[in-house]
Design a protein around this ligand. Structure first.
Ligand SMILES: [Zn+2]
Length: 114
């Protein structure tokens, strides 16, 4: 890297092409001029690994799949909203069999007197 490098932090939203998991990861982007005089950049992830692209070595944290895509900011907002909607639907709901009433409502379930 040269002395004229500059860095900035950014957060990318990823989505897994296998299981649909959506998650965020922050990177420090360092801009620099390569030995050939061309502008270039590297990404440093939260573990301190230097990457050529945010997608280098990115693996889904849920299924460990490699079909990972970066979402644009507007798609990321919609994906997060969809994830929250899925979590809201996961409220407990008991699916019990429908009980047949053999006696009129309010009557005790006891055998008739012999
Ligand atoms: Zn996955």
């Amino acid at each position: 890297m040269t002395a004229d490098s500059a860095s900035a932090s950014t957060t990318y939203t990823f989505v897994c092409g296998d299981c649909g998991r959506v998650w965020d990861a922050s990177f420090r982007i360092t801009l620099f001029t390569d030995p050939n005089g061309r502008p270039s950049r590297v990404y440093v992830d939260e573990r301190g690994r230097v990457l050529r692209s945010p997608l280098d070595h990115t693996v889904c944290p849920s299924c460990e799949g490699h079909k990972v895509h970066v979402l644009s900011p507007d798609l990321a907002a919609r994906a997060h909203a969809a994830e929250r909607a899925v979590h809201r639907r996961r409220t407990p709901h008991l699916h019990l069999p429908h009980l047949r009433r053999s006696s009129p409502a309010g009557q005790p379930h006891e055998p008739p007197p012999a």
